[in-house]
Design a protein around this ligand. Structure first.
Ligand SMILES: [Zn+2]
Length: 332
């Protein structure tokens, strides 16, 4: 799924449409009923981690004056975060990411069983936020549709079908692909956890990393590292020279700090590259060798019963901690 830098780019693409009315809708979403967005005004958009939030109001006037953010350059990051509600306390056993917070599962292309009412815009009152979570091939397109880049197994060139298309009064349109959408009363992700937010709280992140569990599990936990995905995980661990299965509690404070530095540096660089049209350079993700020429190891890693993510590491540049322990994962 797109990681924080990609979703921030989507947010940047959507921002110019804030303040415009939806004049026509389309898309394949069976849960959301795209037609319910007809005539609503897009009054705000926010990005938190890997999620986008779009606020719709029935009236043009209901948006607070001057609240519409301008398209935001990546360096400035003048985001609005005052509507963020606190998150419920997190129990220590809770290892799941917050990616499942949408009540509907729309990534299934069949989209068959549709519970009644889930997609209806909630009762009026508070402003309504459309929460968008992206799937593996999730994307947002502006004023054009995604096209097939290759034929499928049967040899057909079939273009991807957007989940949601919003045509605006200004003449432009947005198309959302491979995403899961639901209504929420407010964006409920803390900006202090967002690795690309100015409010990202390093102390909180360092504390989370100090848990007695493999750091590669903690890094993907969106409650602590919102926006961090598998590419950032692999690259930051390599750059910090930390073995993915190192227990955070065994790492020194300075090594944990170095890891957080690499997370932020890599993510910020990736985001800036996106605005300059440059692809992000990876050192080990999907590679055979590390930059020093060592053979990489690759294995699905994740918490017991949790999602296992393919992880790359260099057994020489990223030795197990503590080093005196037998290195069962050492490459011959
Ligand atoms: Zn190496």
């Amino acid at each position: 799924m797109p990681e924080g830098p990609s979703v921030r780019k989507f947010h940047h693409l959507i921002s110019p449409f804030v303040g415009q009315q939806v004049v026509k809708t389309g898309g394949s979403s069976k849960k959301l009923y795209p037609a319910t967005l007809q005539s609503l005004w897009l009054q705000d958009t926010q990005v938190h981690g890997k999620k986008l939030f779009l606020r719709f109001d029935p009236d043009e006037e209901s948006g607070s004056p001057g609240s519409n953010p301008l398209p935001e350059p990546p360096q400035k990051g003048a985001r609005k975060e005052e509507t963020v509600a606190p998150e419920p306390a997190l129990g220590p056993s809770r290892l799941k990411t917050s990616d499942e917070s949408c009540p509907s599962v729309e990534l299934d292309p069949s989209g068959s069983d549709v519970p009644e009412g889930l997609g209806k815009i909630p009762a009026t009152g508070a402003p309504q936020w459309l929460q968008v979570s992206f799937g593996l091939f999730g994307s947002v397109w502006v004023n054009e549709f995604s096209r097939a880049t290759k034929a499928n197994k049967r040899g057909d060139w079939r273009d991807p079908v957007p989940r949601l298309v919003l045509h605006f009064g200004g003449g432009g349109f947005l198309a959302f692909y491979n995403c899961q959408m639901c209504w929420s009363p407010s964006p409920v992700i803390k900006p202090t956890c967002d690795i690309l937010s100015e409010k990202f709280h390093r102390g909180q992140a360092l504390e989370a990393l100090g848990q007695a569990q493999p750091v590669c599990y903690t890094l993907l936990n969106q409650r602590y590292f919102s926006g961090l995905g598998n590419i950032i995980k692999n690259e930051a661990l390599y750059r910090a020279r930390i073995h993915p299965l190192s227990l955070g509690s065994l790492l020194s404070a300075s090594r944990r700090e170095a890891l957080v530095d690499h997370v932020v540096e890599f993510s910020t660089g990736w985001l800036q590259g996106k605005f300059q049209g440059k692809p992000q350079h990876t050192q080990i993700y999907r590679k055979e060798q590390c930059p020093a020429g060592h053979q990489l190891l690759k294995e699905p890693l994740g918490p017991p019963g949790g999602f296992q993510r393919l992880t790359w590491w260099c057994p020489q540049c990223q030795p197990q901690v503590p080093p005196e322990e037998p290195q069962q994962l050492q490459h011959p």
